[in-house]
Design a protein around this ligand. Sequence first.
Ligand code: PEP
Ligand code: MG
Length: 572
Amino acid sequence: MFKGTNASSGFGIGKAVIVEEAELVIRQQSVADAAAEVERFKGALAQTMDDTEKMAADLATRVGEKEAEIMQGHLMLLMDPMLTGEIENTINSQKVCSEFAIETVCNTYADMFAAMDNEMMQQRATDMRDIKTRMQKVLLGIASVDIASLPAGSILVAKDLTPSMTAGINPANVAGIVTELGGKTSHSAILARALEIPAVVAVGDFISHVENGDTVVLDGSEGVVYVNPEKDILQDYVDRRDKFLKAKKDLEQYIGKETITKDGVSIELVANIGKPEDVEKVLQYDGEGVGLFRTEFLFMDRTAMPTEDEQFEAYKKVAEALAGKPVIIRTLDIGGDKEIPYMGLEKDENPFLGYRAIRLCLDRKEDIYKPQLRALLRASAYGNIKIMIPMVTCLEEYREARNLIEELKAELDRKGIAYNKEIKVGIMVETAAASLMADAFAREVDFFSIGTNDLTQYTMSVDRGNDKISYLYSTFNPAVLRSIRHIITCAREAGIMVGMCGEAASDPMMIPLLLAFGLNEFSMSASAILYSRKLITNYSTSELQAVANEAMSFTTAKEVEDYMKAFVAKQA
Ligand code: PEP
Ligand code: MG
């Protein structure tokens, strides 16, 4: 058995197809005519751009706009005059062949990105190596592996899947994906999830243990892989796969159903999105609205800030698509692990404790915050938009943002521009300070949404992205649970809506506790909605009180986790 990272859930059973990109041997060859060599490079660049555009268009129609953006990101890299200029300079000044110039320049950038302690930048390193190889292959006349025409029932095995390789995958033929490298948030993992293909990544040394045609079994939820397993193991996984697929199909019966507990408590079951295109999945999985629109994604993978009008169009599109259902749009949350190169932000010593989210927005009202708030107000005329402010630590921040919104409303009034005069303004409760002051906040704000991803980080003083200390990062730690319960109690006492948009909102072990605490709204990735509806409709909040009391009596995360695990297992 091999162990890796669970990247896309489900069970894949099929025959191994090892996709090994031929190792390109790039030699430093001198050229006599540098100008002609630059032309040769430009030809390969044009061809690669052409291919990339085709892949983007193909992905957009087969999978979705969001997935096509990965290829559009490649196109941006290929169009970057700094990169291409540097390659041309290298050819001219060193009189070397295009292949070698591409190799040195792209590697320098890729190494630089890879050294950054930031997953997004690490991904950019993979992107850079991907476009490097593709340009070199065009120059060398080497055809790429044709993943699009694999036989049905293939388990794709690779060292790492480059985004351009993943783009060609046809889910009708690929039953699973196993890679030696990669991570949960790498583009290939994201694509695998979008295509609903089971995947295990970061398995380590694997290719040397498997041959083409071997039977491979993988469990994308647990992150395990078997090569030519014993008959009984194989049969066990065939059964599990069938059960999984049946359960998935069964969940469709929850489409169109109300989310209401057995004792009649109505719950709002809404979705987290990052781009207007994500609304498609929200509607497909019957989301009752949007509980978190992470607007920073509109600002990423671009070379300049989206204008007020561009933002207005994006917010309006979501509001209209949800046709009156609530759409909570969070104002820009950058800084921390989310960098936006063109904003020219200085590197913080402690980014998660630094110049981030509302702190940055209030400091840059004119160029960043006002255009965004104005776009949100204007879009509020087209649906049920609510504004949410992230990373608030003190009341002054909320008041300043609220005053700014009032100021902008008056400006729109003067200009006769329509907006929703009753628009609700709430906060994310995700810092320890906001949680401790939740009673005071609840008297002033319109709603809360608990951001457990950060609340856990800030309560436990544990960087949410640091693997070495991830053992401390548990939302089941009694400190975090007490904080969550306190926030919900304060909101309910003040009579305001309280939701949750952190990952914990869709955790089957957490849902019973949140129901018992009195959470009104659960916001999660669209694909988790139907399963959560099934769970919620099977619980009674009054019966869960005893479970919550018992869970809250423990003093360590492990005890709570063990208890909730046993409780959930009993329900199944
Ligand atoms: C959170 O912190 O729980 C949250 C939902 O926000 P993000 O993950 O974008 O920081
Ligand atoms: Mg957060």
